[in-house]
Design a protein around this ligand. Structure first.
Ligand SMILES: *[C@@H]1O[C@H](CO)[C@@H](O)[C@H](O)[C@H]1NC(C)=O
Ligand SMILES: *[C@@H]1O[C@H](CO)[C@@H](O)[C@H](O)[C@H]1NC(C)=O
Ligand SMILES: *[C@@H]1O[C@H](CO)[C@@H](O)[C@H](O)[C@H]1NC(C)=O
Ligand SMILES: *[C@@H]1O[C@H](CO)[C@@H](O)[C@H](O)[C@H]1NC(C)=O
Ligand SMILES: [Fe+2]
Length: 465
C-alpha cells in the first residue's frame, strides 16, 4: 500500500510540476465566441446618416491641438461648398462666444472627390473646462461640446479608452457602444491605427472613409481621439495611379505634430493630464538616422516624469505578439527601439494590427547581440507591458490561430472583439482593463494593476507587476 501511495504522490507531484511549467507562458483564454465574419454595416444604416440641411457639417471629430492640451483641433466635412472656415465656441459658464479660424482641404483619389474637409484649431483654452462649439451656418448649424483635461501634474487622475482596427461592421458598432456604455468613463480615446478599412473595397472606395467619419462622430465629436496610422491608412495604390502613401488619412485627420518638434504627422507626442503619449509610425522609415529615429532620440529624454508620470507609446504593429497572424512583423521595430523603452522606463506600449487581444509580461530581449545566443525574452522590471488591442471589429474578422505553446512573454491572450481602458489613479497606480463585446458593459475580461515604472522602486513593483 505504502509503495502505491508513494508512487501516486510522485505522479501527482510530476503533474503539478509539469502543469506549472506549461502555465509559465501565461493564459490562453478558453472563451468560446461566435467567429462569423461580420460585414460592414450597409450604406443606409442609421450610424451613417447624413445630417439634414443644405451643406450640413458631417464627420465631426476632435483631437488634441497642441503639446500641452490647451488647444483642440475640430475637423468636419461639408459636402456641397466650403462654407465658413470658422466655428464658434464658448466656455460653459461664459456668455462670450469666440470665433476660431481654420483651413479647408480637398483631395481626389482615383475617381473619388472628397467633400470640403475643415480643420479648425481652437487655442488658449482653460484646463478642466467644458466648452461648446457650433459648426455650420443657418439651419444646418450643429452644436457639440468637449471637456479639456486638467493641467498636467503628478497625481492627476485621468481615464483613456483604447480601441484599434475598428472598421465599420456591426462588431465595430458594438465595440464603440460598449466603450460608450462602460461605467468606467473614458475621457480621451487612444486609437492605435486602422480606421475605416476603405481600402478593402475596389479602388479603395473612399466613400467608406466618409461613412466611417459619420459613424464615429457620436463619440469623436465630444472627446479627442488620438490618432496613430496603421497599414490600412497607407492607401498606396500605384496600380491605379495613387502612389502617395497616407493620402486620404493625412487630409482627413490632422494632429499637432509640429508642437512636439516632429517633421511628420505620422509621429508626434502630446502631454495630457498625467500622461505623456508618444505616437509612432510602423509604416514610415524608423531605422537609424531616419527622421522618426532622430525625433524619438530627442523626445524620450525630454519627458518630465514629475509633470507626466505615465509614459505611454502607441504604434500600430505590436513588438510582442504570439498570434500566428503578423507573427514577428514587429521585430524590426523592436530591435530599433526596445532598448530605449527599457532605458526610459516606458510604462505601457499599446498596439493594434493583430485582430485579437494580448497582454505581455514585463519582458525585454535587449541582451541579444547576434553572437551571444541570448535571444529569448527575459523578465525585466524596467520594461513596458505590451498590450495588443487590435480587436475593434473590422470586416477582416478575428485572428484565432496562435503560436503554441504560449510563449513565456505572453501573460494573457484571447481572440475576441472589445476595447480597453487605462484608468490612471495617481503617479504610482493605474488600472488597465479589457472588455469583450459579448459581456455586459461593466465586465472586465482581463485586468492588470500597473505600477508606474519611474515612481515605484523595482523591489516594490516585483510584488505585483
Ligand atoms: C469609380 O469607378 C468604379 C469602378 O469602375 C465604379 O464602380 C464607380 O461607380 C466609380 N465611382 C465614381 C464616383 O465615378
Ligand atoms: C449601432 O449602435 C447604436 C448604439 O448602440 C444603435 O443605436 C444603432 O442602431 C446601431 N446600428 C447598427 C447599424 O448596428
Ligand atoms: C519637471 O517638472 C516639475 C513640475 O512641473 C518641475 O518642478 C521640474 O523643474 C521639472 N524638471 C525639469 C528637469 O525640467
Ligand atoms: C494611488 O492610488 C492607489 C489606488 O487608488 C491608492 O491605493 C494609493 O494609496 C495612491 N497613492 C498615493 C501616493 O496617493
Ligand atoms: Fe493593421
Amino acid at each position: 500500500m505504502g509503495v502505491r501511495w508513494d508512487s501516486a504522490l510522485f505522479l501527482v507531484l510530476v503533474l503539478v510540476v509539469s502543469f506549472a511549467e506549461m502555465s509559465n507562458g501565461g493564459r490562453t483564454s478558453t472563451f468560446v465566441r461566435n467567429d462569423d465574419l461580420s460585414l460592414d454595416m450597409p450604406l443606409d444604416s442609421d450610424v451613417f446618416k447624413v445630417p439634414p440641411g443644405y451643406n450640413a457639417p458631417q464627420q465631426v471629430h476632435i483631437t488634441q491641438g497642441d503639446y500641452e492640451a490647451n488647444s483642440v483641433i475640430v475637423s468636419w466635412v461639408t459636402p456641397d461648398e466650403p462654407g465658413p472656415r470658422t466655428l464658434l465656441y464658448w466656455a460653459e459658464n461664459s456668455e462670450l462666444k469666440n470665433r476660431a479660424d481654420g483651413v479647408v482641404v480637398k483631395y481626389k483619389y482615383f475617381n473619388y472627390t472628397s467633400g470640403y474637409i475643415h480643420h479648425c484649431t481652437i487655442k488658449d483654452l482653460e484646463f478642466d473646462t467644458k466648452y461648446y462649439y457650433d459648426v455650420g451656418t443657418g439651419k444646418a448649424t450643429r452644436q457639440f461640446w468637449f471637456i479639456t483635461p486638467p493641467k498636467s501634474g503628478p497625481d492627476v487622475p485621468y481615464t483613456f479608452g483604447l480601441i484599434g482596427d475598428l472598421g465599420q461592421t456591426h462588431d465595430s458598432n458594438r465595440t464603440l457602444t460598449h466603450y460608450e456604455l462602460n461605467p468606467i468613463k473614458g475621457q480621451t480615446l487612444l486609437f492605435v491605427g486602422d480606421l475605416s478599412y476603405a481600402d478593402d473595397y475596389p479602388f479603395h472606395d473612399n466613400v467608406r472613409w466618409d461613412t466611417w467619419g459619420r459613424f464615429i462622430e457620436r463619440n469623436a465629436a465630444y472627446q479627442p481621439w488620438i490618432w496613430t496610422a496603421g497599414n490600412h491608412e497607407l492607401d498606396f495604390a500605384p496600380q491605379f495611379g495613387e502612389p502617395i502613401p497616407f493620402k486620404p488619412y493625412l487630409h482627413r485627420y490632422h494632429v499637432p505634430y509640429t508642437a512636439s518638434g516632429s517633421t511628420s504627422p505620422l509621429w508626434y507626442s502630446i502631454k495630457r493630464a498625467s500622461a505623456y503619449i508618444i505616437v509612432m509610425s510602423s509604416y514610415s522609415a524608423f531605422g537609424k538616422y531616419t527622421p522618426q529615429y532622430k525625433w524619438l532620440e530627442q523626445e524620450l529624454p525630454k519627458v518630465n516624469r514629475t509633470e507626466t508620470p505615465w509614459l505611454i507609446v502607441l504604434m500600430h504593429c505590436p513588438m510582442y505578439n504570439s498570434y500566428a497572424h503578423h507573427y514577428m512583423e514587429g521585430e524590426t521595430m523592436r530591435v530599433m527601439y526596445e532598448a530605449w523603452f527599457v532605458e526610459y522606463k516606458v510604462d505601457v506600449v499599446f498596439a493594434g494590427h493583430v485582430h485579437a487581444y494580448e497582454r505581455s509580461e514585463r519582458v525585454s530581449n535587449i541582451a541579444y547581440n547576434v553572437v551571444n545566443g541570448l535571444c529569448t525574452p527575459i523578465g525585466d522590471q524596467s520594461a513596458p507591458i505590451y498590450i495588443t488591442i487590435g480587436d475593434g471589429g473590422n470586416l477582416e474578422g478575428l485572428v484565432t490561430e496562435m503560436t503554441e505553446p504560449q510563449p513565456s512573454y505572453s501573460a494573457f491572450r484571447e481572440a475576441s472583439f472589445g476595447h480597453g481602458l487605462l484608468d490612471i489613479k495617481n503617479r504610482t497606480r493605474a488600472y488597465f482593463s479589457w472588455h469583450r463585446n459579448q459581456d455586459g458593459y461593466a465586465v472586465e475580461a482581463d485586468t492588470v494593476l500597473l505600477i508606474n515604472r519611474y515612481w515605484s522602486s523595482l523591489e516594490e513593483s516585483k510584488a505585483t507587476t
